[in-house]
Design a protein around this ligand. Structure first.
Ligand SMILES: [Zn+2]
Length: 258
């Protein structure tokens, strides 16, 4: 499969050292990922590099410059605070900023987030749901606000569902690397990566450099309409992954987001 990268949890006080280390790797292989920017981060787990710095001060200008260079920007939720324990349409986590909060609330929140990005000159039609969690009202509100793309779902190529083009993420990275055809996205949380994780990506990028594509290249791939059966299979896969991952998480890191 061709591999694109998305980087989650981009905020003014993210772990800049780790973000820049991963960016260096992307630059080396000349790939431009999708970055999920939180418009109004209020999630305590994402306040990491809180020291005053020129990077944090110039955050929005820096994001704009990445976008001008060809990096893709997604709106990653609004505050990134989980308000419900609903799983939504893609049940990878039992917590959500949006699922179950109703159309009106979601529309108002998503608009508030979108307007923050716009006030910094950042326009995007791509949405990245925190914890991969959203419901049909989220989709409806996103459409109304002019969003046309989401980075979520499972599959081998982009698909159209409820008026939104979904760009699937990898179910398991290793099995994606074994397949020769199709497209997927690897989800990267640079904030929580350790040296071993970086080394793994360094080796992976070197070995599979011909498979790596920029997110903009993924977005020109034609999307096919997804039917009910495929959608049901995707739901079952996500739920299975949730059960497997949550079993391990209890022992390892209960706060870590997939
Ligand atoms: Zn996130």
């Amino acid at each position: 499969m061709k591999i694109s990268i998305r980087m989650d949890d981009i905020t003014p006080d993210m772990d800049w050292k780790k973000f820049l280390r991963f960016k260096e790797l992307c630059d080396l292989y000349q790939i431009k990922p999708l970055i999920g920017v939180v418009p109004d981060n209020q999630d305590g787990n994402l306040h990491i590099d809180t020291a005053e710095s020129t990077l944090a001060e110039n955050f929005w200008r820096y994001i704009k410059s990445l976008q001008n260079e060809g990096w893709c920007v997604a709106q990653h939720g609004v505050t990134h605070v989980y308000t419900t324990k609903k799983m939504g349409c893609f049940p990878l986590n039992r917590l959500s900023e949006f699922a179950g909060t109703g159309y009106e609330n979601q529309y108002a929140a998503l608009k508030y987030g979108r307007d923050i990005l716009l006030s910094h000159g950042i326009e995007t039609e791509i949405f990245m749901a925190p914890a991969h969690s959203f419901d049909c009202n989220t989709i409806k509100a996103l459409r109304k606000l002019g969003f046309s793309k989401m980075t979520d779902g499972f599959g081998e190529r982009p698909y159209l569902w409820r008026g939104i083009i979904f760009y699937p993420i990898s179910y398991r990275q290793n099995s994606c690397l074994k397949k020769n055809s199709g497209y997927t996205t690897f989800v990267v949380h640079s904030n929580t990566m350790n040296d071993k994780d970086f080394e793994r990506y360094e080796k992976l990028f070197a070995k599979y450099k011909d498979r790596l594509i920029s997110y903009a290249e993924l977005m020109v791939i034609e999307a096919h309409k997804r039917g009910v059966l495929e959608k049901t299979a995707e739901y079952a896969m996500a739920l299975t992954k949730y059960i497997l991952v949550s079993g391990k998480r209890i022992f390892k890191n209960p706060k870590k987001e997939f």
